[in-house]
Design a protein around this ligand. Structure first.
Ligand code: SF4
Ligand code: SF4
Length: 476
């Protein structure tokens, strides 16, 4: 590019390097809500994998065994529909929350926000307030600066590693994982994922912070499509605040031309994404409400009413007659809540109707049939029983559809014997169906194998069809 007047080449950088943001600490009602969310969510995240349910981890996504344990429920690959429904519900819940209260998810519950808060606490604890941090950054390297920086990095790295370990602990038994890790015996994929998630935590919450929300998060980009004039947003009351006045202009009692904004800049200093909410709604705003708390504190000090920055809606800001409650209850919100309720009811109903066990039947492919020593025609089947319940169960076998035939577990002599499968386990067995050669039968016909378990007074039975083969030339 050239300077148009002097024709001198001018260098223009296409990449603007970001400046580090030092958010100022706030105190106020929304800050307390945010802290509560951070404590709760971090507490849940770190504590849940340590909770036991019977003799196993309460929440364990056991990928090698292809089983997801969530307290009293065990999901198998066959239960994929439940995972689909859960994901649909999570998406609808996000739409619902956005339609109702804008980016409330971003400000209070998004992992990026929650972990960034934790990293900011550690930073403040080691390096002090916003002003002290900025002073430290500007200061030349000294023993104190090195000590503080090393301490901060040590805390961040330890916390990140702990986060990575905990994350992997959702996928393999966490107590053994910790033992292996601290005895230097964790190797291979386990170690890789611990380091990977630890590094991701450090990179996102310690290093990139608001850059993730600004440039990487897709939700920040498309959430505006879910906004309408009645969506709750964090907004500056320009009618009340403008024209801004500070210093002598504010002290001048005769001056009528002064709004309530004293231009102290606190709302910008507390903002974790470094924006000025007075410029209007911006996609960088994560609706954390830190600027509301900051400004309310200022208003208290100067004796003006709170709420110069507040939760509001575009419509309310433009003088709509509606009350806040009326802006919340509107068709979009009602449709989302109905959809959410219908899917939630469907999910619970399907879950309660889900059988306690599943059976797969596979014919023995080695031979269509064979003769026993007693001259009976026999077919063999491979059976897999998945016990989805949380207790060991006994399974009985029976059959119907072929007069005179009997079905027994292979290697057991008589009918009426049961087979045991442990809680959440898969039992693999084989069964033999025998038919006296003198009985009436066709070369190939469908039979039904019945598997049943007794829970309390209930007997649950699964009927699986199978084919029974006999010799070709003896149809009678
Ligand atoms: S904190 Fe309030 S008074 Fe201070 S600059 Fe921001 S809007 Fe104005
Ligand atoms: S503008 Fe206010 S609500 Fe938005 S991110 Fe900044 S501090 Fe949070």
């Amino acid at each position: 590019m050239t300077d148009s007047l002097n024709k001198i080449p001018v260098e223009v950088a296409l990449y603007e390097s970001s400046e580090k943001i030092y958010p100022r600490e706030t105190k106020g009602r929304f800050q307390r809500w945010r802290m509560l969310c951070v404590y709760m969510l971090l507490g849940l995240y770190y504590a849940l994998p340590w909770v036991q349910w019977g003799d196993r981890q309460a929440i364990l996504f056991d990928l090698p065994a292809r089983k997801f344990h969530i307290f009293f429920l065990t999901f198998w690959p066959q239960d994929f529909i439940f995972l689909t429904l859960l994901l649909i519900m999570a998406g609808l819940l996000l739409f619902f929350a956005t339609a109702l209260a804008g980016r409330v998810w971003c400000g209070y519950a998004c992992p990026q926000t929650v972990w960034t808060e934790a990293f900011i606490w550690m930073e403040r604890w080691v390096e002090g307030t916003r002003a002290q941090q900025m002073k430290l950054t500007a200061a030349p390297w000294s023993f104190t600066k090195v000590r503080k920086r090393v301490t901060k990095q040590f805390l961040w790295l330890t916390f990140s590693l702990f986060t990575g370990l905990t994350f992997v602990g959702y996928f393999q038994p966490i107590s053994q994982l910790f033992v292996d890790f601290f005895s230097w015996e964790l190797t291979g994929w386990g170690l890789f994922w611990v380091l990977f998630y630890g590094f991701a935590t450090y990179g996102n919450a310690g290093f990139m912070r608001e850059q993730v929300c600004k440039y990487m998060c897709p939700y920040a980009r498309f959430q505006s499509a879910m906004f309408d004039a009645d969506t709750l947003i964090v907004a500056y009351d320009a009618d009340r605040g403008e024209p801004r006045a500070r210093g002598s202009r504010r002290k001048d009692e005769s001056s009528e031309n002064k709004g309530d904004c004293i231009e102290c800049g606190i709302c910008v200093q507390v903002c974790p994404t470094g924006i000025d909410i007075r410029d209007g709604l911006q996609y960088e705003c994560i609706a954390c409400a830190a600027c509301i708390d900051g400004c309310d504190e200022v208003m208290d000090k100067v004796g003006l009413p709170r709420g110069l920055i507040k939760y509001s809606t575009d419509a309310l800001d433009k003088g709509s007659e509606k009350t806040l409650l009326q802006t919340l209850i509107r068709p979009r919100v009602i449709i989302y809540s109905i959809l959410l309720s219908v899917i939630a009811i469907g999910f619970v109903t399907a879950l309660s109707m889900r059988g306690n066990f599943l059976v797969d039947v596979l014919r023995d492919r080695n031979a269509f049939y064979r003769y026993s020593e007693q001259g009976e025609i026999q077919n063999t089947y491979q059976i897999r029983i998945m016990n989805k319940s949380q207790t060991t169960q006994l399974y009985m076998l029976d059959m119907r559809g072929l007069e005179g035939a009997t079905a027994v577990w292979t290697k057991s002599s008589e009918p009426g014997v049961s087979r045991e499968v442990g809680a959440g386990e898969i039992g693999e067995f084989s069964i033999t169906v025998s038919l006296p050669e003198t009985a009436d039968y066709k070369r190939s016909q469908t039979i039904e194998l019945l598997f049943s378990e007794t829970v309390g007074d209930n007997v649950d039975t699964i009927v699986e069809p199978a084919r029974f083969w006999g010799p070709r030339d003896v149809s009678r």
